[in-house]
Design a protein around this ligand. Sequence first.
Ligand SMILES: NC(=O)c1ccc[n+]([C@@H]2O[C@H](COP(=O)([O-])OP(=O)(O)OC[C@H]3O[C@@H](n4cnc5c(N)ncnc54)[C@H](OP(=O)(O)O)[C@@H]3O)[C@@H](O)[C@H]2O)c1
Length: 306
Amino acid sequence: MKIIVTGCRGQLGTELIKQLRLGYSELGPIPEKLMHATVIGVDMAELDISCYKAVDDFIRRHKPDVIINCAAFTNVDGCETNKDAAFKVNAIGPRNLAQAAAKTGARLVHVSTDYVFSGRENGGIPQDECEMPGPISAYGTTKLMGERYVQQFCHRHFIVRTAWLYSYYGKNFVKTIVNAGKKYGKLEVVNDQLGNPTNAVDLAHEILQLCVTHEYGLYHCTGNGVCSWYDFASEIIRLSGVEATVAPCTSAEYKSKHPESADRPHWSALDNRMLRCTVGDEVRPWQEALACFFEHWDGDNGMKDE
Ligand SMILES: NC(=O)c1ccc[n+]([C@@H]2O[C@H](COP(=O)([O-])OP(=O)(O)OC[C@H]3O[C@@H](n4cnc5c(N)ncnc54)[C@H](OP(=O)(O)O)[C@@H]3O)[C@@H](O)[C@H]2O)c1
């Protein structure tokens, strides 16, 4: 078994490579079929996924069984001001990988986002894979195009939408809140956008369970339970032990202070229905996964026991 992980130095890519190399995570062993896999991790420097020829050459040369695409332009506000760059990475990149995967017979796991949804209230019901997307930001729009290209060009695909992702590695909301709490002692966080915090350990675990099956299709994979960014930040501060207060604010108040920021969905909570109905939804409740993160995080860019 040969696996290529693109975007391997990002939050999810780093976690995936680690689980593949160790053969296990906090959640248990990886599937037997992956235990002795040849793992090739590539990031921007080795393979720019937006370049058709580079992707075509690379995939033909290595002939992987599975490609896991973790590469993306993930700066949501940056996508608004750099729409071509966002389109190249988030839409053309997965198109290139899908075409190359189809030609060589590889399976493609492509990671997408809750921001493909508009965020309109629907009575407080988390959105499953049947819901129609309707993105309201350049990030969401380009990620949706990426999904469509994958569906169009590669039959053996798993599109895995996640949300509010954090990891021991790289930049994320959890680390931002801890650092801001230490620096300012007082934070204001939006209370009217609701979603599902997701630990990259859980997402990587589910992706590895899925990618050895033939259960192709569209998946939601997020931490179980719904909260606001304010609830999430309050729990981060509590668990970190940082002396800081967190106050709620509205999206409108935030926008008035940061007019350049992208619009974000108010209701982007996802339901992992497809996982439940196929390989099983083993994603932990978000509070449990966050508590586990704080037990193991080294306070910087890794784990204490690494
Ligand atoms: N982060 C979240 O909260 C979140 C939420 C929902 C969904 N997702 C999705 O989950 C996936 C993983 O996200 P993540 O947080 O792990 O992302 P990340 O930490 O930003 O990592 C993405 C990686 O892709 C690399 N990259 C960018 N452009 C590339 C290109 N043209 N070719 C090859 N590599 C390129 C980046 O390199 P540079 O750092 O040099 O740019 C980075 O190493 C993405 O598909 C993302 O859209 C993330």
